[in-house]
Design a protein. Structure first.
Length: 311
């Protein structure tokens, strides 16, 4: 402030100004921002569900490997018993050496499958630890039993739940609404924005202080170069968002229906295995085992029944 009291040409000014959007623009900008936030939230929910789905799928794979290894152990015990029987019959001159070699070969084949499933199990454990944020050297995650869930629901209810519960579809709907607001805002670009300002100037000793109130308007004089192309772009983006929503809705509905059909088919197949194929294969193996001991069936029939039960 040196020379402030001695110079008539010295002044110090302080001012503030505020831009005021045209009528309706601020509200449209607020709605557009809310749609952006809704879209981001829905995408976050979709990412969460994706992680949850990966955890479940990996857990089911580990359950499958655990059960498969248990089945292989059981069949390995059966093959060892068959191998002992074949060896005894061969020593007594009642069997062929080829039968003994086949039993040994099949036992070795199970050892190979056992090693492959152990390798896949270790890989699945590492993947599950990675998803859960655990150290790779941490103890393996215990895998418990899984019970079958019977889905009591019809196709129409599945379609309703898919339409209301899909985060991907909700995100596309939010983007569609956001594009509609953006189109309205682009139309508002033809209207001017306003500016209001206030300035105070402290002058030298020979003059009075100044006070100024400023009012301004930003008029889109060249609207055909900016506003009109912006409306065309916003209209195309809104149409693309509507088409994307319809596409996602069809995909979600189709995926839900396909999953329902797959689950019902899986239930029927499990019922066939549980109530038909497995008991029949167990009976066939027991019968073949007894018959082979007394020489009523050949070794190939016995081995076939054991492999049928394993499969």
């Amino acid at each position: 402030f040196s020379g402030y009291e001695s110079s008539d040409f010295y002044y110090t000014g302080f001012g503030v100004s505020q831009d005021i959007p045209g009528p309706g623009k601020l509200r449209l900008q607020e709605l557009e921002a809310e749609r952006d936030a809704e879209y981001a939230r829905r995408r976050y929910e979709a990412a969460e569900r994706g992680v949850e789905e990966r955890v479940k799928e990996t857990y089911f794979e580990l359950f499958f490997h655990a059960k498969t290894l248990a089945i292989l152990d059981r069949n390995q015990d059966d093959l060892k018993l068959i191998q002992q029987i074949a060896e005894t019959k061969y020593r007594l001159g009642q069997g062929l050496q080829q039968d003994l070699i086949k039993a040994q070969l099949q036992t070795t084949e199970i050892l190979k499958e056992h090693a492959m499933h152990h390798q896949e199990e270790d890989q699945e454990q590492l993947e599950l630890k990675q998803i859960l944020g655990r150290d790779p050297d941490s103890p393996n995650i215990d895998i418990g039993d899984i019970e079958v869930t019977h889905l009591q629901i019809d196709s129409s209810r599945v379609a309703q739940l898919a339409a209301s519960g899909s985060p991907d579809l909700a995100a596309d709907r939010a983007m569609e609404a956001r594009s509609a607001e953006a189109l309205k805002l682009a139309h508002q670009g033809y209207w001017p924005d306003f500016t209001v300002g206030y300035t105070y100037q402290k002058t030298g000793p020979g003059f009075r202080d100044y006070y100024m109130l400023n009012l301004g308007a930003k008029i889109p004089l060249y609207f055909w170069q900016k506003q009109t192309p912006a409306i065309e772009q916003a209209a195309l983006e809104a149409e693309a968002a509507r088409n994307q929503t319809r596409t996602t809705q069809l995909q979600v509905s189709s995926a839900a229906e396909s999953s329902l059909v797959a689950m019902r088919t899986a239930e029927r197949i499990m019922s066939i295995y549980r109530d038909g194929l497995i008991p029949q294969a167990e009976t066939s193996e027991a019968s073949a085992m007894s018959a082979y001991r007394v020489g009523k069936v050949d070794f190939q029939t016995l081995l076939s029944s054991v492999l049928d039960l394993q499969n």
